[in-house]
Design a protein around this ligand. Sequence first.
Ligand code: AMP
Ligand code: ZN
Length: 115
Amino acid sequence: MTKDDCIFCQIASGHIQATVLYQDDDVVAFEDLHPQAPVHFLVIPKKHIATLDDVTADDSDLLGKMLFAATEVAREKGIGATGYRQVINCRASGGQVVFHLHLHIMGGRDMGAMG
Ligand code: AMP
Ligand code: ZN
């Protein structure tokens, strides 16, 4: 399932250029256009899922694949040992701007405590 008006669907299909770090049949990892940390990349499912609130039990494996791809790329980027933050913003109150599910991975500096 893809949406013509969805920027991340177009990145997943190769119609919009991005700096792709990893991809397989199910997920794509690419550099965030406006990095908030020295390392900041996104992992998306190739399938269009608008928000984390839209996932179903059928998406459990896909969510696991997103997490695993993120950890693999984080290791390749050299931040596995020092650590990093993973964030999924969900809908308006979560600060979501692009409505295609995406996992942020940010590191390369001290991200600080959340509380
Ligand atoms: P969110 O606020 O969680 O929806 O985050 C959306 C993220 O997508 C932001 O960090 C943007 O910098 C990033 N972004 C938007 N357009 C692109 C693009 N074409 N390529 C890479 N990252 C993008
Ligand atoms: Zn999409």
